[in-house]
Design a protein. Structure first.
Lengths: 152, 400
């Protein structure tokens, strides 16, 4: 039942492109509604996902399949927690970006994948000298120099 | 290899098998050989006209081909050609009988406790007309109980509607004995042969049945075609069910003159492609030999029963002996849902089989069993496939 919560947005996005996923989205939605109202999810979507993944794992590693099958609920719960955390983090980041122009919040210089304007989306590497030069010659001068510098 | 039957050679006629699928769901729907598909294409490409109406050469060709197909079916059943009525499937054939026979309040129908919904619901529906339905209980191991059956008869028992080979567990009912008892009690017998026709030699005259129904899609034929065999005298006396074009010789604003058999029951434009395709399927079955098919299925069922029958985590439904279960092996893995097992077999080894209640909900509900996994073999299945299945199930058992 737990996995339906995660499956819903995933299938909803995939459903834009495929009818198959629209049906699954509907099932996930129904399941989510049932779970939210403290009733048993009758669609069996969770079981199908469990069996499908266990079956695929059986092909390569029966031990992994057994582990997955036995601990499915715990694994689903972990996935749900990760999903909720990432949803929360993404929401905050989008809010920050809209409100402050930077996904990390006001006056932050941290990495931001959607912050194209200020250059916070650049990934620095100490292995390439050209990058180091860009950092050192950055006119904004707002960045810390690469800690390994030219020795990198 | 049996005389005249080579599995490897047979498999070449079924293109879908080259995809690597292990198809164990033939009790639901058999695969179709390319000869059947070719014959259907031939209709659409070479003579796509309507039969029995127009007088041109294409229409005559359709009539000839339909006639040949009807002869093929009649030959396999040992019936007369006008006793073979084409329908959409076995379900429609049963509904035809349920609606065409004359029912009076208090009339009784006997069914077994393992009937497919198609051979139960049409009779339950008649309860509205005051008809009673009596359910004859099977033995503990799901085999037929003749004593119970004899005790089911009442003074007004009009019909016994019974399955020949059960789609639930593959158990064959003793139709010969059933017919003798029923006729002694002045009752008619309708046999649901959807599962027996594709797997064993049928002789409706020898069995002595009054009606025999079957579906084309379980016997290498296309979907949407079925057959009702009925004793000629009964069919002639029976009321029509669906009426319209083809079922009458002439009509006026006041009335109509009913056609002769088999047209009397074949209303509207028929599924000609389906009929000629099914005729070809019957020809194919005849060439392979139904005895060979029966032996082959028993052999495969023995292998799977030997390997999985002793497993503690496996529960076989029905008799333990493979020879009593035709080409069907139905089981549950203790501690695991049937749908889970089926899904895992599909995901791990492309094994296509069915899980659930197989349209025999009444039996499962009565025993409070949620469902089961059903393996159903056919002529294109190999021992190697069965071994792959056994190994996969053994791996799945370890998950519990």
């Amino acid at each position: 039942m737990v996995l339906c919560w995660v499956a819903l947005p995933v299938f909803a996005v995939l459903g834009i492109f495929s009818v198959k996923y629209r049906r699954l989205t509907k099932e996930s939605l129904e399941c989510l509604f049932m779970t939210a109202t403290f009733r048993r999810c009758r669609s069996g979507l969770d079981d199908r996902i469990k069996s499908q993944i266990s079956g695929k794992l059986l092909r390569f590693s029966p031990k992994s399949a057994r582990f997955f099958y036995k601990n499915y609920k715990v694994i689903s719960f972990i996935i749900l927690v990760v999903f909720l955390w990432s949803t929360y983090a993404s929401t905050v980041a989008v809010y920050n970006y809209v409100a402050h122009g930077n996904c990390n919040g006001e006056d932050s210089n941290g990495f931001c994948i959607i912050d194209v304007v200020d250059g916070n989306d650049e990934v620095y590497s100490c292995e390439h000298e050209e990058v180091v030069e860009v950092v050192e010659n950055n006119s904004a001068g707002a960045y810390e120099p690469c800690p390994c510098g030219s020795e990198g | 290899m049996m005389f005249g039957f080579n599995v490897k050679k047979t498999r070449k006629d079924f293109d879908v098998l080259s995809s690597g699928v292990i198809y164990f769901d033939s009790a639901c729907m058999s695969l179709k050989p390319r000869q059947v598909i070719g014959k259907m294409n031939e209709y659409y490409e070479k003579y796509p006209a309507c039969g029995g109406r127009s007088g041109h050469h294409l229409s005559k060709k359709v009539e000839d081909e339909v006639d040949l197909a009807r002869r093929e079916v009649a030959r396999l059943l040992n019936a007369k050609i006008d006793e073979v009525i084409f329908t959409r499937n076995a379900t429609e054939s049963i509904n035809l009988i349920a609606n065409a026979l004359e029912w009076k309040e208090g009339d009784e129908i006997i069914v077994s406790d393992k009937e497919h919904n198609s051979n139960l619901i049409p009779w339950l529906k008649l309860k509205k007309k005051g008809v009673k339905v009596r359910v004859c209980k099977s033995n503990e191991d799901n085999t037929f109980n003749l004593e119970n059956f004899e005790n089911c008869f009442g003074e007004k028992t009009k019909l016994v509607a019974i399955v020949h080979v059960s789609n639930l567990d593959g158990v064959e009912n003793p139709i010969g004995e059933i017919v003798k008892i029923a006729h002694k009690n002045k009752s008619l017998v309708l046999v649901d042969g959807a599962q027996s026709f594709p797997h064993k030699e049928i002789d409706v005259k020898k069995l002595g049945v009054d009606f025999f129904v079957l579906s084309g899609h379980k016997a290498l034929g296309p979907t949407g075609i079925g057959v009702l065999y009925g004793r000629r005298d009964l069919l002639e006396d029976m009321e029509q069910f669906i009426v319209g074009g083809q079922t009458v010789i002439d009509s006026s604003y006041e009335g109509y003159e009913i056609e002769k058999l088999p047209n009397k029951f074949e209303a509207g434009l028929q599924d000609y492609a389906g009929i000629v395709g099914f005729g070809e399927a019957c020809r194919y079955l005849r060439k392979v030999g139904l005895k060979n098919i029966e032996k082959h299925l028993n052999k495969l069922n023995k292998i799977v029963t030997e390997h999985l029958g002793e497993e503690k985590k496996i529960e076989i439904i029905g008799p333990k002996e493979a020879e009593k279960r035709s080409g069907i092996f139905i089981f549950n893995v203790k501690g695991m849902k049937a749908h889970d097992v089926a899904k895992m077999l599909d995901a791990s080894k492309k094994i296509a089989l069915r899980s659930g209640a197989f349209c025999v909900h009444s039996w499962f509900n009565d025993r409070k069993i949620e469902g089961a996994v059903r393996v159903s073999f056919y002529l294109y299945n190999t021992e190697e496939e069965v071994r792959t299945f056994v190994e996969s199930v053994k791996k799945i058992i370890l998950l519990v």
